[in-house]
Design a protein around this ligand. Structure first.
Ligand code: FES
Length: 163
């Protein structure tokens, strides 16, 4: 699915897009999660400015909005990269060395889980299982399953990536 990153010239997300989402919901705390889900669906992540706008509209402290959003794994606080990297942390992959694979991917890309590279080329997530347990440890990189990974293979995969 293509992700629309709405931004003004200054890089701030469009207030009007968040405003349009807010207008569809009652201005009450119970609407917070559905609103955050819609904002993320529209912008691809939850920019700080958008969370502030939501907090103001609902009359709740910004810290509460961030607290709720950070509780749920579905929410992101950074834009998704053009190439998504999903490292499997399921049981078969874990036993096969997923922690080392994840550490190497983080090292190569210079980012942690839920983050994107500054050029937005890559973003990194972990997943519970990608359904290729016989190929463990594995990851999906830009839509392609990379099987039987080793730290060396990861270095080769991301060779040339500028950090
Ligand atoms: S545990 Fe990794 S693919 Fe199933």
């Amino acid at each position: 699915m293509a992700v629309e990153i709405a931004a003004t010239g200054s890089g701030a997300p469009s207030e009007s897009q968040v405003g349009a989402i807010l207008a569809k919901h009652p201005a009450e705390r119970s609407a917070l999660i559905p609103i955050l889900q819609e904002v993320q669906a529209k912008l691809g992540y939850l920019p700080e400015e958008a969370m502030c706008q939501v907090a103001e509209a609902l009359g709740v402290p910004e810290a509460n909005v961030y607290g709720v959003a950070s509780f749920y794994a579905q929410f992101r606080f950074a834009p998704i990269g053009r190439k998504q990297v999903h490292v499997c942390r399921g049981t078969a992959c874990h036993v096969g060395g997923a922690p080392k694979i994840l550490a190497e991917v983080k090292e190569r890309l210079g980012i942690g889980e839920g983050e994107s590279t500054p050029d937005r080329e890559y973003s990194l997530e972990t997943v519970a299982c990608i359904g290729c347990c016989a190929l463990a440890p594995c990851a999906v990189v830009d839509g392609k399953v990379e099987a039987k990974l080793t730290p060396k293979k990861v270095r080769e995969l991301f060779q040339g990536v500028q950090r």
